[in-house]
Design a protein around this ligand. Structure first.
Ligand code: FAD
Length: 472
């Protein structure tokens, strides 16, 4: 009798334990993707663009292999029950997820199907180590990254990835499927994601191509250049990981197994990959990570309710070029370089004193790699309210950060074209440039490019005194 494989954020065939288990004993398989009402949190607009393309690719892979992908909408239990009846399946398999809603939904489905006499099995593979098996010596969750990494690198029990199946047996009867086009996952007018396809290739093939390119041409600069937004020095694997088009174990073993990668680059990269796990573990233990300060002291912080400033930030019109370049990269590519994410987030939280939760939501809607764990944990990290966070008083100076990490201004020029003729000496602080420099570059502050929303020095003071008030 056939098995149903329920696909969620694991849009891949390789290193897929649930799929492999479904095929055991030569069973026929019915792969299904269910558009749930709220199983994985609301899907952001940028990720909906990605999902549409990724599902299209996955459907054609399944067609080639011989078991067509079924698309259904609704409550998973109802959908699975109907499909069990239609296909006469006796078992349901899936890969585990770690968000609170996901865990709750899966538990309920497992219990109900179990009562129906259906075998249900779930598998690990979306992160390197599952939170329930990875605890401190005293049995609690890790709250600090360094010991987490130490335990992680000492343990090394990341299972070897398994190959994709070469062929699949579908069921004889045609199981009805909805049409991807009818889901209208992404249909923005105007089409703000028009530029995404220049950068991204959603789907498992795209993920593998990224990894190959990273290992062949990029990783040798990783430790030295990963903080430079003007260079292509990181893997760009995050959106593929977010929708599970590649497993973290595949990446882990590829990096560990490539002798030409220096020890320094290997360690630095794997440490970043393990941050992803750390964030998932935090979310597992603090389900409201995106809504609630990890450190409750921040509940009394005097956030400002400034809609205009927030809107300017989202549009990349703060008057601070490195922040604006980042926010515009986000519009154009659904992505922002990690260093610039930190600068832009710090600017929103500390210079504008806008609650980090507004920024978290904006990123969730606009990032193609939006991830409930990594996004929330990183926003709280920047805010200083998180577990093992950056101290609040360490406030990024957007001009100095720009000068340090985008020294020639190339990153700013790429995304803020109105500053393209500014000389590098002044590109990160056009508001301090002499008039003749501005006029030669064709820049009129307040007209062609915004004046700064705030004076950083004064804003920094204001933020620090607000922090003093909650420190006692
Ligand atoms: P690489 O440097 O090549 O790193 C490899 C992988 O390691 C990444 O793909 C990612 O999976 C993981 N990783 C790297 N840095 C981090 C980190 N700080 N935290 C968690 N995982 C990390 N990342 C997301 O995947 N989704 C998000 O929604 C997200 N929101 C963020 C919000 C803020 C405010 C900040 C400061 C960071 C956020 N990050 C998020 C983390 C990080 O910016 C991205 O993972 C990284 O920029 C992705 O680019 P890359 O794949 O080239 O990274």
């Amino acid at each position: 009798k056939p098995a149903i494989y329920w696909i969620r954020n694991d849009l891949r065939l390789s290193d897929n334990r649930a799929l492999a288990a479904a095929l055991e004993d030569g069973r026929a398989v019915v792969p299904v993707y269910i558009r749930e009402d709220n199983g994985n949190g609301p899907l952001g607009a940028a990720q909906a663009w990605w999902l549409e393309r990724s599902l299209e690719k996955l459907a054609s892979r399944y067609d080639e292999l011989g078991a067509p992908l079924v698309l259904r909408s609704g409550d998973p239990l109802n959908v699975l029950r109907a499909m069990i009846e239609e296909s006469e399946a006796e078992a349901v398999f899936w890969n585990r997820r770690y968000s609170t809603e996901g865990i709750r939904a899966d538990k309920a489905v497992k219990a109900a199907l179990g009562e129906d006499g259906i075998t249900v099995r779930s598998f690990a593979g979306q992160i390197l180590h599952e939170p329930s098996n990875f605890k401190t010596k005293s049995g609690g969750p890790y709250k600090v990254y360094t010991p987490f990494w130490k335990a992680f690198s000492a343990d090394q029990h990341v299972p070897d990835p398994i190959d994709a199946p070469k062929s699949l047996e579908g069921v004889a009867k045609k199981i009805k499927s909805e049409k991807l086009k009818d889901w209208k996952l992404y249909e923005a007018r105007p089409d703000w994601a028009a530029g995404f396809s220049d950068i991204w290739q959603p789907g498992e093939d795209g993920a593998i191509a990224r990894l190959n390119h990273f290992v062949a041409d990029v990783v040798q600069d990783y430790a030295a250049k990963r903080d430079r937004p003007d260079r292509q020095a990181t893997s760009m694997l995050s959106p593929h990981l977010a929708l599970g088009e590649i497993s973290p174990a595949t990446i882990w073993h590829r990096i560990n197994g490539t002798q030409s990668i220096s020890a320094e680059n290997r360690k630095k990269f794997l440490q970043e990959l393990v941050w992803r796990d750390f964030c998932h573990h935090l979310l597992f233990h603090a389900p409201d990570l995106a809504e609630k300060n990890w450190n409750g002291r921040f509940d009394d912080f005097a956030w400002k309710d400034d809609e205009e400033a927030f809107a300017a930030w989202t549009r990349g019109e703060t008057g601070y070029p490195i922040v604006d370049a980042g926010m515009r990269q986000l519009w154009r590519e659904g992505y922002m370089h990690n260093r610039v994410r930190m600068i832009a987030a710090s600017f929103l939280i500390k210079d504008l004193m806008i609650d980090w939760r507004h920024g978290e939501k904006w990123f969730r809607d606009t990032l193609v790699d939006a991830d409930p764990a990594s996004n929330a944990a990183n926003w709280q990290w920047v805010a200083g309210s998180g577990a093992d966070a950056a101290p609040f008083f360490r406030i990024f100076n957007p001009v100095l950060q720009g000068e340090k990490f985008d020294p020639a201004g190339d990153y700013v020029r790429a995304y803020v074209p109105e500053l393209k003729d500014m000389p590098k000496k002044h590109i990160h602080a056009p508001f301090d440039a002499p008039d003749d420099v501005l006029s030669q570059a064709g820049v009129t502050l307040g007209e062609t490019y915004p004046k700064p929303l705030v004076d950083h020095k004064a804003a920094r003071k204001r933020a620090l005194s607000a922090f003093e008030a909650i420190k006692e």
